[in-house]
Structure formats: C-alpha cells, structure tokens
Design a protein around this ligand. Sequence first.
Ligand code: FEO
Ligand code: CA
Ligand code: CA
Length: 632
Amino acid sequence: MSAPITDDISFDEFDEIRSPKKEATDFEKISQTVLSRRSLLGKGVAFGATAFVMGTTGLSPIMARAESSSRLKFEQVAANDLDTITVPKEFDWHIVSTWGEPLWSNSIPFDQTTRGTAASQELSVGDNNDGMALFQDGDKNILVSNNEYVNQSIIYGNRESRKPETADDVNKGMAGHGMTVTEIALHDGKWAIVVDSPYNRRITANTPIEISGPARGHAMMKTAADPEGVLALGTWNNCGNGRTPWGTYLTCEENFNGYFSSSDENYQPSADLKRYGVGNKDWGYAWATVDDRFDISKNPTEPNRFGYVVEFDPSNPKSALKKRTALGRFKHENAELVVADNGQVVVYLGDDERGEFLYKFISAAKFIEGGDNSSLLDDGTLYVAKFDDDMTGKWLPMTPETTGMTRAEISILTRQAASKVGATTMDRPEWVAVNPNKTEAFVALTNNKNRGKKPNAGGDEAPVGGPNPRAENQYGQIVRWTPANADHTADSFEWDLFVVAGNPAVHGDAYAGSKNITAENMFNSPDGLAFDASGLLWIQTDGNYSNKKDFAGMGNNQMLLADPETGDIKRFMVGPKECEVTGFAWSADRKTVFVAIQHPGEKGNSHYPEGGTTVPRSTVIGISRKDGDAIS
Ligand code: FEO
Ligand code: CA
Ligand code: CA
C-alpha cells in the first residue's frame, strides 16, 4: 500500500522521517552510468541499464518481440482520470461487494453520515479489499477477501479531525481490518453476496489465531496475556494472498508495524523492532488507546506476533486460523504456492519495503493429494534471493548453520537473517506469480525512491544494478526468473527484466522504460500480479495517479495484461480516482474475473461507486465478456 497518512505524507515517508537513514551519495554516481534507453535500443537491446553496466547484452529476447503478440484479444483501454471503471468495449463490469455492506440480516446497513460504528462494521464487509480467492464447496461459491487497512479520512470522515476520537471509533477501525468471507451467487449475470449464508464470516484484529511452526512458544512470542506464546489476537494489514491445493486460503500480513505505539515517549524500541519499522508512534489508528497490547513500552514482544502468513479453511466457518511462522516474518505481500515435481511445496514471498528481500520457502514434507497436508507449511527451509549481474542468481538458505540463529529466531527475525547471508536488496517486492504453463516466475518491484541513495533499515546497501537497474526508481519493473532444471526447488536460476515501466513521452533515457512500454500502454508501480489459466499475466498498479509531470499520460491506477511469450502488454482496465487496483479471483467457469478496487478517493476526490456526494467505498467488482464467453 502507499496510502497517505496525511494528504502530503505517506506511511512509508512517515517511517523514514521517524527513522532517518544515512545518505549514500556514492550511489548517485553509479546511477549516472546508466546509459540512455534510446541509444541502447538503437543497438538492438531492449533495456540496457543492467546489461550495459555489466558489459553484457544478456537481455530478454522476449522484449525485443514486443509487437508480435496476438493473444491479447481486446481493444486497449486508453489511460484516463475518470471516477469510474473503464473496461474494453467487449466487456461489462458490476459490483460484487462494497465496504460496509451487511453480511447478515441483523447487520446495520452502511450509514453515509456516520460511516458506521464498531457494531455495524463487525457484521459487514471490511474496508480496503485487497488479495482474494474464490473457493467452491459443492455448488456454493465462497469469496475470501483481505481487508488491508482503513482509510482514516473516510471511515472517520464524520469527525472534524478525520481521526478516531472515541473508543468506538477505534474499535470500528479494528473491525474494518482482517478478512471478509462471503458466499456469493450469480443472479442475472451479476455476482452478489448471499446474506445470512452459513459461510459468511468476519476475521478482524481481535480474532484468535494460533501461532504455528518454529516460532510457537519461543520467548520472543510470549506476552503477559499469552505467557505460552501460542495464541495471538487478530490479523491486520492483510495485503496479498495465496491459496493451497488442499483447499486453504493464505493471507499475508504486510505493514503490521503501523499499529503499535508507546505511551512512554522516551521508550527506546529495540533494534529488532526498528528493523521492522515499529516505533513510538503509530500511523494514526490509535489502537493502543483501547488495548495495551499495542503499547510497546508495556508489551514489547507483541509486535513479534505479526508479520506472518496466516492459513485457514474458508469452507468451514468454524475453522481455526494459524500463523505459519516457518514462512518468515516481514512485510508480506503475497504467497505464491507451487507444488514442485517431486511433491515439495514451494512458496514465493516478497517483503514490500524499500531495499528488503525476495524469499522462497520449501516444505520438508511432500504434498499428498487427498492426504493430510495440514502441517506442510510448518516445517521447511526459507531461502532468500541473491541476484548476480551475469543474469543468474542463487537462493541462499537461511539455516542455523548459515545465520548463527535458531530456527525460531530465523522465523521471527527473518530480515536480520537475510541480511546475514547477503541477499540482494530489492525495489519493494510486491506480488510473485508463477506461470502455470512454464517453469518461470515473475515478481513486481513496485518502485524505490531510495535506490542508489540509501541503504535499507538494516544497513544493507542498495546500489543500482542487477534487477534494480535505475536510481530513484519511481516507475518500477517486473523481474522474471527461470529455476535451474525447470525445478522450483532448485537453488539457482536465470533472470531477466520482463518489463521496466517508464514514460517514453517524457523521458528519452532509462526512465522511458523498456521496449514493451509505449505512450499507449505506459503505467507506473506494478503491484498485483497473477496468471490466468491460459498463461497470460495480469498486472495491477498502485502508484502515482497524478497524471502529471513524470506520470503524465498514465491516468488512474489500472490493470494490464501481458503475454509472457512475446512481452506484449495492453491496458485492460482503468480504476476510479485515487484508487489502487489489486486482488484477483476467477469464477470456476472463467467467465468472471473478480478485481479489488481499493481506497477510491483516498485524498478526498472520488465518489465511486455511487456518485453524487456519496462516500467513496472500496469494492470487489466482477468483469465479464458481453458475449458470455470465458475470459481465459
Ligand atoms: Fe499492500 Fe505492498 O502492497
Ligand atoms: Ca502497493
Ligand atoms: Ca500490494
């Protein structure tokens, strides 16, 4: 997420102001060695920063064939700044669910004036829908969507301060987080919530969640309220997601740090807390005013219980939720799971912070179709990626031998473990997507204004080069890797830059982007990534929607489709004003793609979806073809 803490300061900037990092001006010089894109294109190289700096021409042949695709069979949507959804003319869209919509008939309908209460929010769709998945149980369809955070200026828009002012306000915010599970059904071509379905469920910042895996019971997980260190309350900042072949959903806790504060302003947070951005001030949520566990001067270990991947079975409304600590603790984006040929489960995981890392988990045991896979994500090895400039890379194992840390410590202080083994600092790893038709994976690196300027919070340098080819990277890129021997468990890979976003209408150098970026399809800040069944890559953006200067001509945040074989990219959808487009799910018949529209009007300039003077509200939408055919 990149939402504003005020209209002028983002959450990330807030953290950096609070914990300034040293400048590293040497890197600016390195950035100047990046040659212009156009001159490299003239030599037949698609994008040159990495290759040129390293004196190679090892770039993707795929990008050089960008014009040849014919698999993207729709008319590209033009960039725009309209306050609505725009899809290709062959498609229609409809709203499936909306923030504050009741899940039960005893829920209180959304109130435009108050924007709800804690009681109404607990029984309604949460705010800021993000990653999601659709499950089938017999003929029933169950949609699980993450509710990443709440838009304070909107949910508290009834208050002069636009901040929580009462305990009920704070509790309303806590209830707006977590996940929403709803049965949905199709009526006249439109999907809608089934009110009072036995599947309907809200999971919030107060739902009990078992701590599972290596960190369970460790001293760092114990609190006054949970002296055994085995049961946490709640999950929040649920960003991307994953799903398993054994029918469970994975939700990923991202910016968990922004909810903790200290009543003692002189409290000195530990270096380990600082590495994760936990400090004496929260991001305005004020949760510590209703529950001491968010006060780090009183409960310094509570933050160690967040920042995990949580697994549960959405088809059983009473199922327990488990924090799978073996998958590490960081600002998790999504969890892309693939079963390797030998049966081991591989989960790719990004840590979305400037200069943090890309990970993968490999299970110790093997997936057994129809068997008991309930502990597969509790035991295995975490690896972190090191990208070399010769277009190869390695997965570095994080074990007691390589880190000098215990398995529990590696699970809780994962960033510190990764720094010890020498991983590559990345431009904010967002979603990872694995091609279903080919042994390859893609990660969206959304942007990084600190690239070439500042090290990460652990002091690891962030030089320009490799998969992070541009200094002060405001546009982002998508990196692809191919595991050795076409095996996702392999410890080495080859990589390339699938697309480097940019603005060729404004820039003539590396900031113009790679050859598959044109004035017609340009975008910034790729974030959501997912493959459809046909092997096309869907790209969603969460970036600068000013439509001005470096971002002129890009319009609102959007969704694009890419053909990994050709590198061709076309814009498929544009979202309403000030939204982020994120989250994917498909209906079983592939006729509807579900997409999350998050935080429309986060700066006060949208009335999506209802128009007029209504409160802007996050929604899940369904997009289908007008001719009723499958999309993929
Ligand atoms: Fe919640 Fe990294 O986006
Ligand atoms: Ca984001
Ligand atoms: Ca995201």
